[in-house]
Design a protein around this ligand. Structure first.
Ligand SMILES: [Cu+2]
Length: 147
């Protein structure tokens, strides 16, 4: 397993051959206020088809996977994804302007220079814990998104 950032796979069901998922390019954007949602991004590559079904973090009450869709009226909206498909061997990228992890109910704002722990749960039963760096607030920060 190629470890690009700190990633520890915890297998909940030892009798299942769980997919090997590589996480890369993980980061979160520093948030201005704890009361505003924050966004985190990463790239997932699974060696077997799997689904990302849940994300938790000790620092936020709720984490959802969002996609951004542009409606017929030309207005972009965020759409919740309950299970993110991870096709075998194909990188799935969450990046600004597109899919992202939305963190709601932060216990404190995300401080630039710290690490954000994320616990990912997959349909296969595998669980991974990753720490992603919190980068500075940017022009496309989550505070510009309408949720
Ligand atoms: Cu969102």
């Amino acid at each position: 397993m190629k470890i690009t950032i700190l990633a520890i796979a915890l297998t909940l069901w030892p009798f299942f051959a769980s997919a090997n998922v590589t996480i890369s390019d993980g980061w979160a954007r520093a948030s201005i206020l704890a009361s505003r949602p924050a966004a985190a991004y990463l790239t997932l590559t699974s060696d077997q088809s799997d689904q990302l079904v849940a994300i938790t973090t000790p620092v936020a009450g709720n984490v959802t996977i969002h996609a951004v869709e542009t409606g017929d009226d030309g207005v972009s909206r965020m759409v919740k994804i309950d299970a993110l498909d991870l096709p075998s061997g194909e990188p799935v990228t969450l990046a600004p302007g597109s899919m992202h992890l939305m963190l709601m109910g932060l216990s404190e704002k995300l401080e630039e220079g710290t690490d954000l722990p994320l616990i990912l749960t997959f349909a296969s039963g595998a669980r991974m814990e990753v720490n992603v760096p919190v980068l500075g607030p940017g022009a496309m920060g989550p505070q510009e998104e309408q949720s």
